[in-house]
Design a protein around this ligand. Structure first.
Ligand SMILES: Nc1ncnc2c1ncn2[C@@H]1O[C@H](COP(=O)(O)OP(=O)(O)OP(=O)(O)O)[C@@H](O)[C@H]1O
Ligand SMILES: [Mg+2]
Length: 590
């Protein structure tokens, strides 16, 4: 950055945190370059003539007295076509492009634009010269991938009259496509614009959440549904299935765009993301899932500061696509690693530590992150949403630690992973006792209107049964199952059926890996029918053995594997047969 001005000199280096002295003119969150090696950094504290700079590259060899250059802008992203399908690091540097330049590991001070400068995009203008426009207005479109029609937005803070706009044709992200005039001033707009990562993009208003984000995972959609624009935490101890759960959601959920932030620090976690994701195929279209995905991966040779920034980078990208009218789902895996990065940086800045060494502002930071989720009316009167699903990895699986506890205050949906279930290979290991969704009320309306009027009642029935089972299991522990009457043993029986045939879902099975809402509702209704009518039969004298011996019972056990999503008629057959078998049984005891 040749045009940068010197803003001060390095005073002290402490890992990725650098103290800069002699500051005369600089601003908070300004993007800086440290020393003539051009290391990227950001001013995160400014006091009198001293600044604290967080550096996003290895600072070995940086010494007191080295110059620090200010770029005059905040650390920001380049937002425009070309992000979908790209793998970025925490500060939006495209990893593939960097690899091409520095083979083995990322060299320091490398400068690669976030959006490719040579790619020509086919721009179709929709705005016209003479129109008065405000920030967020749509100038035209670019087909970014097969399924994403990218809207080219006027930057939020701009407005004026379009003096000229280009004709349909091929343009790079830097070529001017429109000129707008505001009073005496004119401004050239391009296919991309910049936006600071730490500032949420403006919207017209927040809308009530009334659409579910369908994940295709039965335990989530049916028991603990999340809204589009909602917030979820997935806490779970080591190896309980956080990453698998997030990947299943990334694969199957009905968002238009996925932003996946890999915050892990272990090399293999990142490799998994980098190698697995690009291979994934969208089951609905048969095309690569990368056509709707942006990956952010914190590579192991990047300092913790990049991990801290990656969360904001991801959410800013998500907001940008939301502003185009898309539903975006952000996965962060895991926010605990991000919080640990905060802790380390705070320690290096010698701030006063609070609980378990985390800075006192940890809750504020977590709140600010989740607040960027929502279902919004955009500046251009469209609607779009950002849903945030953050994994939390509490040390020792202990949910009382600060990150889990503070996260719980700011999210409305909690999908708790259970060690016992994971050990028993019950996947997804989502605890039906500890998890909750505060979106239930809003989501019921959608399910009942769009899928089945029985949804809420069936769901409530099964949840009550699962809670009854807990109490019964305590009795069983004392006296054994045989001491229970059939009516109570039937509760255990139905719960076990529900767990095995409904809650457990095999991510590797072609049919079971994903269930459309209609399939979920029908499966649930069959099991609830079995429960309600079966209890009646037992009350009249039928035995448990007789119930289990009904031929249709075996079909119920297998229905998740045998009934494909695109032909649910077999479930109606099962339901009809169940009704018949139960009627027969009842008639015997009538
Ligand atoms: N839905 C699932 N279906 C099948 N296997 C699963 C499922 N979820 C988890 N597993 C098994 O559990 C293992 C650990 O899962 P995963 O890596 O998602 O856990 P994690 O909580 O992300 O672990 P870490 O704490 O190391 O990040 C997987 O390798 C897989 O064998
Ligand atoms: Mg993991």
């Amino acid at each position: 950055m040749k045009n940068d001005r010197i803003i001060g000199q390095v005073k002290r280096v402490n890992g990725p945190v650098i103290e800069v002295m002699g500051i005369t003119d600089a601003m908070m969150y300004e993007l800086v370059r440290v020393s003539d090696e051009n290391l990227i950094g950001e001013i995160i504290k400014l006091e009198n003539e001293t600044a604290i700079v967080q550096v996003y590259e290895n600072t070995t060899g940086i010494a007191p007295g080295d110059p620090v250059y200010g770029a005059g802008i905040e650390l920001s992203l380049e937002l425009g076509p070309g992000m979908i399908g790209t793998i970025y690091d925490g500060i939006q540097r495209p990893l593939e492009e960097i690899r091409k330049i520095s083979e083995i590991y990322i060299e320091r001070g490398i400068s690669v634009p976030s959006l490719n400068r040579d790619t020509k995009w086919h721009f179709i203008p929709t705005a016209k010269a003479g129109e008065r426009i405000t920030g967020g207005a749509i100038l035209g479109t670019v087909q970014e991938t097969e399924r994403i029609k990218h809207k080219i937005l006027v930057p939020p803070e701009e407005r004026g009259v379009i003096e000229s706009i280009v004709a349909e044709g091929e343009y790079t992200v830097e070529e001017p496509i429109a000129i707008i005039r505001r009073g005496e001033e004119t401004k050239e707009l391009t296919l991309m614009h910049r936006w600071p990562i730490r500032v949420s993009r403006p919207v017209k208003q927040r809308l009530p959440l009334d659409l579910p984000l369908i994940t295709g995972q039965r335990v989530l959609d049916t028991l603990f549904p999340v809204a589009k624009g909602g917030t979820v935490a997935i806490p779970g101890g080591f190896g309980t299935g956080k990453t698998m759960a997030q990947q299943a959601i990334a694969k199957w959920c009905d968002a238009d765009i996925i932003v996946y932030i890999g915050c892990g620090e272990r090399g293999n976690e990142i490799t998994d993301v980098l190698t697995e994701f690009p291979k994934l195929v969208d089951p609905r279209t048969g095309r690569s899932l990368m056509e709707r995905t942006i990956l952010i991966a914190n590579t192991s040779n990047m300092p913790v500061s990049a991990r801290e920034a990656s969360i904001y980078t991801g959410i800013t990208m998500a907001e940008y696509y939301r502003d185009q009218g898309f539903h975006v789902a952000v996965m962060a895996d895991s926010t605990s690693r991000w919080a640990e990065a905060l802790r380390e940086l705070s320690g290096r800045m010698e701030e006063m530590p609070a609980e378990e060494g985390f800075p006192a502002y940890l809750p504020t930071k977590i709140a600010e992150f989740y607040e960027r989720a929502g279902y919004m009316e955009t500046l251009s009167d469209r609607t779009g949403s950002v849903t945030i699903i953050g994994a939390v990895s509490p040390p020792g699986g202990d949910f009382s630690e600060p990150v889990t506890q503070h996260t719980k205050r700011f999210i409305r949906c909690f999908w708790a992973l259970d060690r016992g279930l994971a050990n028993a290979r019950h996947y997804p290991a989502i605890s039906w006792l500890e998890s909750y969704s505060e979106y239930l009320g809003e989501m019921s309306v959608w399910w009942e209107e769009q899928v089945s009027p029985a949804w809420q009642q069936d769901r409530a029935e099964i949840m009550e049964l699962l809670h009854r089972e807990v109490r019964l299991q305590q009795v069983v522990k004392l006296v054994g199952p045989d001491a229970l009457p059939d009516t109570q043993r039937f509760v255990l029986d139905v719960c076990s059926l529900f767990k095995n045939s409904f809650l457990q879902q095999n991510s590797y099975d072609k049919i079971d890996m994903f269930s459309v809402p209609q399939k979920q509702v029908k499966m649930l209704h069959i099991i609830v029918t079995y429960w309600l009518r079966g209890s009646e039969a037992i009350k009249r004298g039928a035995t448990l053995v007789k119930l289990r011996k009904m031929k249709v019972y075996q079909d119920i056990i297998k229905m998740k594997f045998t009934v494909p999503n695109d032909d649910l008629s077999h479930l109606d057959t099962i339901e009809a047969r169940l009704e018949r078998s139960l009627s027969q049984l009842e008639s015997v005891y009538a």
